[in-house]
Unconditional design. Structure first.
Length: 406
């Protein structure tokens, strides 16, 4: 948003350049047990009808009533700096994250989108110099078996290559070369995708990792610009992975900067994890604002819950979820996946979002589609330049018409 441009952009650039040069050793944090709201939720004292969380606590956040058509998902984080760390009313903390590699690239800038503002769940927009496509994909039990199957790996690579950044859930491999192997397929024709991967998480022997795969010719990021939320109270089975991104645009134009939060709730613990998700999201928002002046925070992933089950998360002021009534699992029976953000702040959202139909894309049957995953990718479109918080497309921060996509 333009409202925090002067502080946010330069703070973000300084942070990113600093971490690329020096590295980020750790992001200290706080304990969710110190948050009375989170404690009340954990004890069952606060239900869906509880007071709307986060109201007025986020600097620069326009006060507004919850959006009835609002976002889903949840994200971690925390706010309020302290010496060497931060303390958050959200009660979560962030710890050092692990990452993959970081590549550089170059691309022409992009314009604001002129596409219709209605959400169209079927069909993917053409790649455009004006916009980026942000996606989420639970690649069921992704590991050596899938990446060493040429047909499966190529189909996964084809889907990921349709987007500018994809939040991945369910990387289940002790072999840490599975993502580099997948990137060989993605980059086979000259693309320059890179990745960030978090630590192996889980209370059982079956560990999972979150990851981001992104087009480094269109986005700037780095493993050092990421962190894993530190859930000291152990309320979440797999703590979210947060990463910061910045679009590549020509000098003189304001790139869209944003933070993504990758989450996969445990299917057996959804009723325990969802009631605290608003606290996690609130904490991450505050931390991102306090440390980078960032107000565009998107929570995305496999929530294992439809919007009707979001509870306090779905009551947060301005909250907006992109998937309302379209199934996201391959069998087309459930809404498990979503992307959640503050619609008032993140006006870079063009209004276009949906689910990528895997069977239609590859002209395959259900059995073949399930060999890829039991989930389908979900996506949303955003402008590549910062937009005013009014939600209207700005004409002041545009590139000349006809700017090439690459």
């Amino acid at each position: 948003m333009v409202l925090r441009w002067a502080i946010g952009f330069w703070a973000w650039r300084v942070f990113l350049l600093g971490t690329l040069l020096l590295g980020l050793s750790a992001v200290p944090g706080c304990d969710i047990e110190n948050d009375p709201t989170a404690e009340a939720v954990a004890n069952g004292a606060m239900g869906p009808a509880g007071a709307a969380p986060g109201s007025g606590s986020f600097p620069g956040r326009p006060v507004s009533a919850p959006n009835a058509a609002a976002a889903n998902s949840s994200a971690p984080g925390a706010a309020g700096s302290s010496a060497g760390g931060y303390t958050s009313t959200g009660g979560y903390s962030a710890s050092a994250a692990t990452g993959g590699s970081q590549a550089s690239g170059q691309v022409s800038g992009q314009l604001v989108s002129s596409r219709p503002s209605d959400i169209r769940p079927v069909g993917l927009p053409a790649r455009s110099p004006q916009t980026i496509l942000i996606a989420s994909f639970n690649i069921q039990a992704f590991g050596e078996k899938k990446v060493t199957n040429p047909k499966t790996a190529q189909r996964l690579a084809t889907m990921i290559g349709m987007f500018d950044v994809v939040a991945i859930q369910e990387v289940r491999a002790t072999d840490q070369t599975v993502l580099p192997q997948l990137l060989k397929y993605i980059n086979a024709n000259g693309a320059r995708y890179d990745y960030i991967i978090g630590p192996r998480l889980g209370r059982t022997v079956s560990k999972e990792q979150y990851a981001y795969i992104y087009d480094s010719t269109r986005l700037i990021s780095s493993p050092e610009a990421s962190y894993t939320v530190d859930d000291k109270a152990d309320l979440l089975h797999r703590e979210p992975l947060v990463a910061r991104f910045l679009t590549r645009v020509p000098q003189g134009y304001r790139p869209f900067s944003f933070s993504l939060m990758d989450i996969h709730t445990d299917p057996g613990e959804v009723k325990l994890e969802l009631p605290v998700m608003h606290t996690v999201l609130k904490a991450v928002r505050e931390y991102e604002w306090a440390t980078a002046g960032e107000d565009d925070v998107l929570l995305m992933g496999d929530l294992n819950a439809a919007p009707s089950k979001f509870g306090p998360l779905g009551q947060m002021p301005g909250i907006y979820w992109i998937i309302r009534d379209q199934p996201t699992n391959t069998r087309r029976t459930e809404i498990y996946d979503n992307v959640l953000f503050d619609r008032d702040l993140t006006s870079e959202f063009t209004g276009r979002a949906g689910v990528l139909d895997v069977m239609d894309l590859f002209k395959i049957n259900m059995e073949e589609a399930l060999q890829l995953s039991d989930h389908m990718p979900i996506w949303a479109e955003f402008t590549v330049t910062e937009q005013p918080s009014s939600g209207n497309v700005s004409t002041a921060n545009q590139l000349p018409a006809g700017t090439p996509w690459r």
